[in-house]
Design a binder for this molecule. Structure first.
Ligand code: PMP
Length: 333
């Protein structure tokens, strides 16, 4: 790789990491797309860039304009970096249930941050609706609208999907990912199906989300809750609508935590909560497919953003979760 141009030029082209221990233990090759290595630290840099580029191309976003978004954190972090790089004002609305690390980082990056109580999507005070109203009230502002703005999944269709296909040299059997907006899952799934109809696309879902039930034909209903951030949904977004789904896996929080600690101790990877869901679902997909298959999932962001939560024993205990004890082999297998 040669010289890249600014923050924008550094987005994407992430490594595809073979998870050696889990690959050995399952007999499948489990690969993680290292999206935590994007310059803003998460998979959402791609969506944020795609959304800004589409708004610039349509003329909706003019020099000196404002970008407003409701976000669980990572899209806002990507947007805050990009707004600095491109000379825009950035206004972020975030539920106050998200980690202090992400909220603090947004402020450090110079975004104007409004924390709001977490209320369901059907409530007009939900952070997504509120961000739309704030954008409508600011002259020259755009609403990024990541959940229903198809520039989000298009970015993954045009970049993440082709990178995975190329890195695998066309040899892969399954794509597994959890969805928040659905941009990553759907964009990659749609691209990969144009390469090969036989690639299995598997939707991973935490408890408390309605998507597992929806994907397995049970309608939109949910049970329980999850400590993971940025994934799961109570509705089918425009970005998820029409995406191919061949199978779905629901993962509980304790399994995700066990996987996260395994990834740190045995692979050296310090990851965020959604990665625990994704990799656990990839392991389950390996079990369902049997040995000899190649499975790709996504390493969405790093563990640093959740040090006071996922990596803190007393916080885990306050949620009735157990901090794993190190043994001589991964616990998930
Ligand atoms: N993991 C994390 C940590 C995220 O912040 C997000 C984005 N909300 C996702 C996974 C899911 O990505 P997408 O919005 O593309 O479905």
């Amino acid at each position: 790789m040669g010289i890249t141009r600014g923050f924008v030029g550094a987005v994407g082209h992430t490594p595809l990491i073979r998870l050696d221990h889990l690959s050995e233990l399952t007999g499948c090759e489990i690969l993680g797309k290292a999206e935590f290595m994007n310059p803003g630290g998460s998979v959402k840099d791609r969506a944020a860039l795609g959304i800004l580029q589409a708004a610039e191309a349509s003329g909706a976003l003019q020099p000196g304009g404002t970008v407003v978004e409701g976000t669980a954190g990572n899209t806002g972090i990507g947007l805050a970096h990009l707004c600095n790089a491109r000379g825009y004002r950035c206004v972020i609305v975030i539920p106050d249930t998200q980690s202090a690390e992400k909220i603090g980082l947004l402020r450090s990056l110079g975004a104007e941050v409004r924390t709001v109580p977490a209320v369901p999507y059907r409530d007009p005070e939900n952070y997504v609706h509120l961000s739309g109203r704030i954008a409508a009230g600011i002259p020259g502002a755009i609403w990024a609208n990541q959940f229903d703005n198809l520039a989000n999944r298009q970015a993954h269709h045009d970049t993440t999907g082709p990178e995975i296909w190329e890195q695998c040299a066309g040899q892969l059997d399954a794509w597994v990912a959890a969805t928040g907006t659905g941009g990553t899952y759907a964009g990659v799934a749609m691209y990969l199906k144009t390469c090969s109809r036989t690639i299995r696309c598997v939707l991973a879902d935490p408890h408390g989300s309605a998507l597992f039930s929806w994907a397995t034909g049970g309608g939109l209903s949910s049970e329980g809750s999850s400590i993971t951030e940025g994934i799961g949904n109570s509705r089918v977004t425009a970005n998820l609508e029409g995406a191919p789904i061949d199978d779905a896996v629901r993962v509980d929080d304790q399994t995700a935590i066990d996987v996260l600690y395994d990834l740190l101790w045995y692979e050296g990877l310090f990851m965020g909560g959604s990665v625990g869901i994704n990799v656990a679902a990839a392991v389950e997909t390996a079990r369902r497919l049997g040995p000899g298959h190649r499975i790709v999932t996504v390493l969405c962001d790093g563990g640093d953003r959740y040090r006071s939560r996922l990596w803190d024993r007393s916080w885990l205990e306050s949620r009735e979760l157990r901090q794993p004890v190190r043994s001589d082999r991964p616990s998930v297998a």
